[in-house]
Design a protein around this ligand. Structure first.
Ligand SMILES: Nc1nc2c(ncn2[C@@H]2O[C@H](COP(=O)(O)OP(=O)(O)OP(=O)(O)O)[C@@H](O)[C@H]2O)c(=O)[nH]1
Ligand SMILES: [Mg+2]
Length: 193
């Protein structure tokens, strides 16, 4: 579990991002995949990050200081059903601005919903984008508790057989059971240092 985690601020303006030298780890994923729940689960604090009732609503980045060791950043979800190409363009612009304005971004955590039978094109494109920028990726499959074993198998096969993801480790997770939380915390400290 991550200890001493403190909410810092929520902003969409690069100028307002935290100053200082702490490494930053950005959490991304489709809307409703469980980004905010993930933060709450690994910090054991259900009030820390807002769990959304309206998908796609959060528009800004939220920064959380982890024990003065590194900063976790929650981001708005992409790929909400009703949304247009515009929205995904806005996400790419946000990621681009982030990368070019700061060298503190050490890794991106991509959350994928394990209940899907395969990884989506939009997630694949985004993974490709961060690989191209040489940013480390930590891939975490969410909502494991809602899944039957045989469905997980299908997702894993498609993940391992895709050129874009075959070299990546898929860590399965559930914010309900907190499976693999220690492994994830270990990975976060590895990339932050
Ligand atoms: N059963 C189960 N439900 C989960 C899990 N993770 C998230 N949820 C539920 O999924 C819904 C969305 O969770 P959020 O954490 O708000 O998702 P998000 O990715 O932050 O959503 P946006 O900020 O809108 O992009 C909530 O109803 C959560 O309770 C999980 O591991 N297991
Ligand atoms: Mg959220």
């Amino acid at each position: 579990m991550l200890k001493n985690v403190r909410y810092m601020l929520t902003t969409s303006q690069v100028e307002k991002f935290p100053k200082g030298n702490l490494s930053e780890i950005l959490i991304i994923g489709k809307s409703n995949v469980g980004k905010s729940s993930f933060i709450n689960a690994i910090t054991n604090n259900n009030k820390l990050a807002k769990i959304s009732k309206t998908p796609g609503k959060t528009q800004a980045l939220s920064f959380f200081n982890v024990n003065e060791d590194f900063i976790l950043v929650d981001s708005p979800g992409y790929g909400y059903a009703k949304v247009s190409k515009d929205q995904i363009e806005r996400h790419y612009k946000m990621f681009n601005d982030y990368i070019s304005s700061s060298n503190k971004l050490k890794a991106v955590i991509v959350l994928l919903d394990l209940r899907r039978s395969k990884i989506s094109d939009i997630d694949l494109d985004i993974i490709k984008f961060f690989k191209k920028h040489k940013i480390s990726l930590i891939v975490i499959g969410t909502k494991l508790d809602k899944l039957r074993q045989k469905d997980l198998h299908a997702f894993k096969i498609s993940f391992e057989n895709n050129k874009i993801t075959e070299s990546l480790e898929l860590i399965t997770f559930s914010s309900v059971t907190k499976k693999n939380v220690n492994l994830i915390v270990k990975r976060l400290y590895q990339v932050a240092n």
